[in-house]
Write a protein that binds this ligand. Structure first.
Ligand SMILES: [Fe+2]
Length: 409
């Protein structure tokens, strides 16, 4: 049987190495620009992570300004204000330094500097027509993968909805991976962002839109995260595991920019929009529940993931081996102090209909390995709220949602 036709496209130049962020100025000069807007948040700035980067920009005679208004789950207004500031300063490129929020904000600013209207006008796929300003991304967490993706996620504060803007024009021109910038990340951020990367990799690997190239990237990311995340968490200054996590995060980003994601991200984005819960921690807590739901549709892929995460599955049935992958995710959450339910994160079921409706708006639902209806999303949220994995078996969802999913195995 021949492969389903697919496209692989990832134009981002990647530079990786300990201390390489101190060469940012020289690397940016290759792009032919003379000025940049550093897009970051106040925490990154206060931690001193900009110092070496600013010095290198000055040494390379690059003019720069700093926009440090980025907040968690960044809003359309933050992008709008940053765009106005960039245009006032007549700046030619955007340099994100931070986590996914800073990189996504920078992408939005770069796009709105050259396209009319408002970022909210560009929700969906392929709506951006003019090439954004050059985008350079320096991640200071290992999780987002946004330094190598074609998307930005923006919160519409009026509707409390996180929307996605996807375009092949949003791939950064340059990603600079410097593990030295991640050595002092707090444990809780290491855990949340690392589990976000693992979620990217697992959802990408099992996506209906996965292809052989995206699967290769996703599987390597899963292996590297399994080998390095808990070490990064417990020994934060371990340079090797920090570097491996940065690379794994990028690989997962490359993977999901080809395949999209799944139900975890469809649901977690609603938690970010409505409750302002950090993205990574929402994904981590949801992941075991969505995996339980998906298991009947992708047991063989989960068996492969269990092996990649270091589990011995010899002698086990495919389903039992697949469950080892879910067990491993739960154990990783437990050992990194991540709640095993979403109630502890601040999720309330008072707005359950909105959470379900907003989740179903996500394109990620359509590539989730198991066919998903609104009632399935509702049950996943309810199960995750109560931390109820024990009774989480296929019969709970009824045969109607199961039958089409089996066809996808
Ligand atoms: Fe994510």
């Amino acid at each position: 049987m021949s492969l389903i036709p697919f496209t692989y496209f990832m134009p981002t130049r990647v530079e990786c190495g300990n201390g390489i962020s101190e060469e940012t100025g020289e690397l940016i000069k290759d792009l032919g620009v003379s000025s940049v807007l550093i897009v970051t948040d106040k925490g990154v700035r206060a931690a001193g992570l900009l110092q070496g980067i600013e010095k290198s920009l000055s040494s390379a005679n690059l003019y720069y300004e700093i926009y440090d208004e980025v907040e968690p789950n960044p809003s359309a207004e933050t992008i709008q204000q940053g765009t106005v500031y960039l245009k006032q300063q007549k700046i030619e490129a955007v340099l994100a330094v931070g986590g996914g929020s800073s990189i996504d904000t920078a992408k939005g600013i770069a796009a709105m500097a050259t396209n009319a209207g408002h970022i909210l006008d560009y929700e969906g796929v392929g709506k951006i027509s003019n090439h954004p300003l050059p985008i350079i991304a320096i991640p200071t967490t290992a999780g987002t993968g946004s330094e190598a993706t074609n998307s930005t996620v923006v919160t519409n504060k009026e509707t409390s909805f996180k929307l996605g803007v996807l375009s092949s024009l949003l791939f950064p021109n340059l990603a600079i991976l410097d593990p030295a910038l991640t050595l002092h990340l707090p444990q809780e951020i290491t855990a949340a962002t690392g589990m976000d990367a693992l979620t990217h990799a697992i959802e990408s690997y099992t996506s209906k839109s996965a292809n052989p190239v995206s699967k290769a990237f996703a599987m390597q990311a899963i292996k590297m995260i399994g080998e390095n995340l808990t070490r990064s968490y417990f020994v934060g200054t371990d340079l090797e595991s920090r570097e491996n996590m940065l690379v794994a995060s990028l690989l997962a980003g490359v993977a999901f920019s080809q395949s999209r994601l799944g139900n975890v991200h469809a649901i977690s984005h609603t938690f970010g929009g409505v409750f302002n819960i950090p993205h990574g921690i929402a994904n981590a807590a949801l992941l075991p529940f969505v995996m339980k739901f998906n298991l009947p549709a992708c047991a063989e892929q989960y068996r492969e993931i269990a092996i990649a995460l270091g589990r011995n599955v010899s002698g086990l049935s495919i389903e039992k081996a697949a469950e080892k992958a879910i067990d491993t995710v739960i154990e990783m959450n437990q050992c990194m102090n991540i709640p095993l339910n979403i109630k502890e994160l601040g999720v309330s079921l008072d707005v359950l209909p909105k959470l379900v409706d907003d989740s179903m708006r996500s394109g990620n639902v359509f590539v989730n390995p198991r066919l998903t209806k609104a009632s399935d999303i509702q049950l996943i949220i309810e199960k995750a709220y109560h931390g109820d994995l024990e009774c989480f078996h296929r019969d709970a969802f009824g045969s109607k949602s199961l039958e089409p999913a089996i066809m996808n195995v």
